[in-house]
Each structure stands twice: as structure tokens, then as C-alpha cells.
Design a protein around this ligand. Structure first.
Ligand code: RB5
Length: 155
């Protein structure tokens, strides 16, 4: 398993803690973020990790900025990316089981390092359930690709 990790200037320390945690789980980590606390625009990391996930260069992505919001919004602009912002483990787990998220984001100003590790573990240990959930994911993809949703016309 290979995970791409990205961050902005607010999240260098938490990025390093989470990278170590992933390595302890036997996961290969590719760093797409900044290692400096100088101001760094989060869309750059969101874009880089989004592209790496979408192209298959990495299996999954983790993004950390102040809140997790901006960096996940940027990643979600890349086709094939389903990024979720989580500040607790339940949403992280369900986002994999139901929404097949391929990028997890959280905020270094929101969660502490132990909670962040718990969120990461729940997300990684969960499995996509497919079935009716795949139908809904296909509908989300249709909206992104065509700016249209056929099912709405039929409803
Ligand atoms: C940076 O100040 C902050 O805006 C950024 O880390 C993030 O929280 C944006 O969503």
C-alpha cells in the first residue's frame, strides 16, 4: 500500500506524526506537501495528491491543512477523487464503506495527533461495501463529468 500525503504550513508537525504512524503500519508514504512553516498555498498539495490518487501513482491520499476544508476542496476538483474531511472516526469509517473515499482530510487546528491517528486507522481498516453505494458514487461521477444527472429528469 502506497499513500500520498500533503499539507500546508499549518500542518507540518502533524503531517510528520501521521507519516510515521503510516510507516509503522507498513505503508509506503510519498510526501507531496511542504516541510516548511513558511506560508504555503494548500491548493498546491490538494492538487498534487489528487493527481497522484487519480493516476494510480498512489493507492490513497491524506491531506492536512488548518481545517482540512480548503485542501480537500482542491483535491475534489480532480476527476476520480472522493475526498472527505473528518474530525472524528465514525465519519471516516462510513466514508470508506459507503462513499469509497480515496482521500482523507483533517485539520491540524481541529484534531490532536492521537485523534488524527484514530481517524486514519478507522479509515484504512474500513472496506467499501459496493452494491447500492456504487450506484450513488456513479451518480456523483456523472454530475462531475457532465454537470447533469439523468436520474433527476426521470424522477
Ligand atoms: C491557512 O491559514 C488556512 O486557511 C488553511 O490551512 C486551511 O484551514 C484552509 O482551509
Amino acid at each position: 500500500m502506497k499513500i500520498g500525503i500533503g499539507n500546508d504550513h499549518t500542518a507540518v508537525e502533524l503531517k510528520n506524526i501521521i507519516s510515521e504512524h503510516l510507516k509503522e503500519r507498513g505503508i509506503e508514504v510519498v510526501n507531496f506537501g511542504t516541510d516548511s512553516t513558511e506560508r504555503f498555498n494548500y491548493p498546491v498539495s490538494g492538487y498534487r495528491v489528487g493527481k497522484a490518487v487519480s493516476s494510480g501513482e498512489v493507492d490513497l491520499g491524506i491531506l492536512i491543512c488548518g481545517t482540512g476544508v480548503g485542501i480537500s476542496l482542491a483535491a475534489n476538483k480532480i476527476q476520480g477523487v472522493r475526498a472527505v474531511v473528518c474530525s472524528e472516526p465514525y465519519t471516516a469509517k462510513l466514508s470508506r464503506e459507503h462513499n469509497n473515499t480515496n482521500i482523507l482530510a483533517f485539520g491540524a487546528r481541529v484534531v490532536g495527533s492521537e485523534l488524527a491517528k484514530m481517524i486514519v486507522d478507522e479509515w484504512l481498516d474500513a472496506e467499501f461495501e459496493g452494491g447500492r453505494h456504487q450506484t450513488r458514487i456513479d451518480m456523483i461521477a456523472e454530475i462531475g463529468e457532465t454537470q447533469h444527472l439523468e436520474a433527476v429528469d426521470k424522477a
